[in-house]
Design a protein around this ligand. Structure first.
Ligand code: ZN
Length: 268
């Protein structure tokens, strides 16, 4: 049997409580499945210290980002922006995840917008990559992203489900997209069409673990883990008319480019 393809996971929540009991085993299973690098992102401030410690423990395996997800902005403790700034100044860390979510109760709030702009500004100030969650609010998000024209920081639109018309514009705006479990579903249509149309060099693979468990693992397991990234790579390869080896290589190159400002060492 040939060894598994080397895969890079562009978006994973390793500080999530659902990994607290067995994280070393989760990482060992990911490595055994061919995962050579994981970008671990924060959802809220409670994740930051755990991620910082993990980044020191696995310097050649993990890239780390700190941020405030739009779902947690309303409950964030005052002064989080200052504490985030201090952390970013302390080492090679990315920003995220941040973004806008128009589908949560109440829709996009001014606090969400302010937090998104603040984190894009911090990414620019420190020249760090920024990971973005977008659901709904597409026109507004596009306006904010285009305000950054001439910005140097790289932006990853994770679990991309937005307008196909954005795809030809990615390079011009320093944007990347990543795809997770959605293209693996037997009834997937839109995610496959987006994956097929995304320009080479701008596409990354992600688990979004512990959420978005890919098919067929989602039949038995509710918790996703990066060891299942191979299924996502296969679905993406089929959608793009590539071999899984091509998809693995292209997405790894894009991963290295995107995460360069968020890691201590190049991936193995
Ligand atoms: Zn996420």
């Amino acid at each position: 049997m040939s060894p598994p393809l080397p895969l890079c996971d562009a978006h994973c929540h390793l500080a999530d409580a659902r990994f607290a009991a067995d994280l070393p085993e989760v990482i060992a299973r990911a490595r055994a499945a061919g995962v050579v690098a994981i970008h671990a992102v924060a959802a809220e401030e409670a994740d930051w210290e755990a991620l910082r410690v993990l980044g020191e423990k696995y310097p050649d395996f993990l890239a780390i980002s700190f941020g405030m997800h739009p779902w947690f902005v309303a409950g964030a403790a005052a002064g989080w922006e200052k504490r985030l700034r201090r952390l970013l100044a302390s080492g090679p860390y990315g920003v995220g995840e941040t973004g806008l979510d128009g589908k949560i109760p109440g829709g996009v709030t001014q606090a969400q917008r302010d937090a998104f702009r603040c984190q894009l500004d911090l990414a620019e100030e420190f020249s760090r990559p920024v990971s973005v969650h977008l659901r709904g609010a597409w026109d507004e998000a596009w306006k904010i992203l285009c305000e950054r024209d001439n910005a140097r920081s790289l932006v990853l639109l994770h679990s991309f489900s937005g307008p196909a018309a954005w795809l030809p514009e990615l390079e011009r705006h320093n944007l990347f997209v990543s795809f997770g479990g959605a293209p693996t579903r037997p009834n997937a249509r839109k995610p496959l069409a987006l994956a097929a149309a995304a320009p080479a060099g701008r596409v990354l693979l992600e688990s979004d673990a512990p959420d978005q468990t890919p098919w067929p693992h989602c039949r038995e397991k509710t918790r996703n883990e990066p060891a299942f990234l191979g299924e996502i790579a296969s679905a993406l390869a089929a959608a793009r008319g590539e071999t899984p080896a091509q998809t693995a290589a292209e997405t790894a190159t894009a991963y290295r480019a995107f995460t360069a400002g968020a890691r201590r060492a190049p991936p193995a």
